[in-house]
Ligand binder design. Structure first.
Ligand SMILES: [Zn+2]
Ligand SMILES: [Zn+2]
Length: 246
């Protein structure tokens, strides 16, 4: 018998084979359709609808916080807010088509749509130097109620692409309302004191992952506590970035 043979690796391979076989059959009879227009699309977002999303890299934007800037002006968010991460990388504007798609992911749990952005996430991974991936956690009761956390699914996708580990270094210790549900003036103080560091992050370069960045105050607060515990660097990533005037 091959000495490398192990029952667990055998069963893992068998399970993934059965899963892919099952998936192929289900795709044959129930091909995935685009969540925007309903046409058949591989990752539930067709190329036409994807092309209508405002991708930040293709628009003039702040290199520090990814805010779309229509004029050559100083970034108001960088000028007005204390940002504790080195920079924030974001894929698309949380408006129009981008908002529609992200709401499907965030509020309806259509996490499979994240796979439609694999290419863009690969580009991000290749442009950033990091050791570990830390998802922004949700408060436990919210996680139990919803049954998912988009930040966690995104962190898993980052891990799959980069082969870097996901570390659950943060815990949410205060149940704060969603940043999207409160007025802009309250968003700055809302996440203060809401997170604690529960893993050793000393000397680590961290990629901090969340679904949407509004005023960046959640990502900034997380970065602050991670740095206080000795993180070497924190680069933030948000799938969507709210534009100015929201
Ligand atoms: Zn479509
Ligand atoms: Zn900025």
């Amino acid at each position: 018998m091959n000495s490398n043979f192990s029952f667990s690796s055998f069963s893992e391979k068998s399970l993934s084979f059965i899963k892919s076989l099952f998936q192929s059959f289900s795709y044959l009879f129930f091909p995935p359709s685009c969540i925007v227009c309903g046409e058949i699309a591989e990752h539930s977002l067709c190329a036409v609808c994807k092309s209508k999303i405002d991708f930040i890299q293709s628009l003039p934007h702040c290199k520090r916080c990814s805010l779309i800037l229509h004029e050559n002006v100083e970034c108001p968010d960088c000028a007005n807010f204390e940002l504790n991460f080195s920079r924030l990388v974001s894929l698309f504007s949380y408006s129009d088509y981008g908002e529609f798609v992200l709401r499907k992911i965030k509020f309806e749990g259509k996490l499979f749509v994240l796979e439609a952005f694999t290419y863009e996430i690969q580009e991000v991974v290749s442009s950033i130097d990091f050791d570990i991936i830390v998802p922004v956690p949700s408060y436990i009761s919210r996680f139990v109620k919803r049954g998912y956390n988009p930040a966690l699914s995104m962190a898993s996708l980052f891990s799959k692409i980069s082969s870097k580990p996901v570390v659950f270094a943060l815990e949410k210790i205060k149940n704060t309302p969603s940043q999207l549900d409160i007025p802009k003036e309250e968003r700055l103080s809302n996440p203060r004191g809401a997170f604690s560091v529960v893993r050793n992050v000393e000397g680590k370069k961290i990629l901090l992952v969340d679904d949407v960045a509004t005023t960046c105050s959640t990502l900034s607060e997380c970065s602050k506590v991670l740095r206080e515990k000795g993180a070497d660097d924190v680069i933030a990533f948000a799938l969507g970035r709210t534009p100015l005037l929201r």
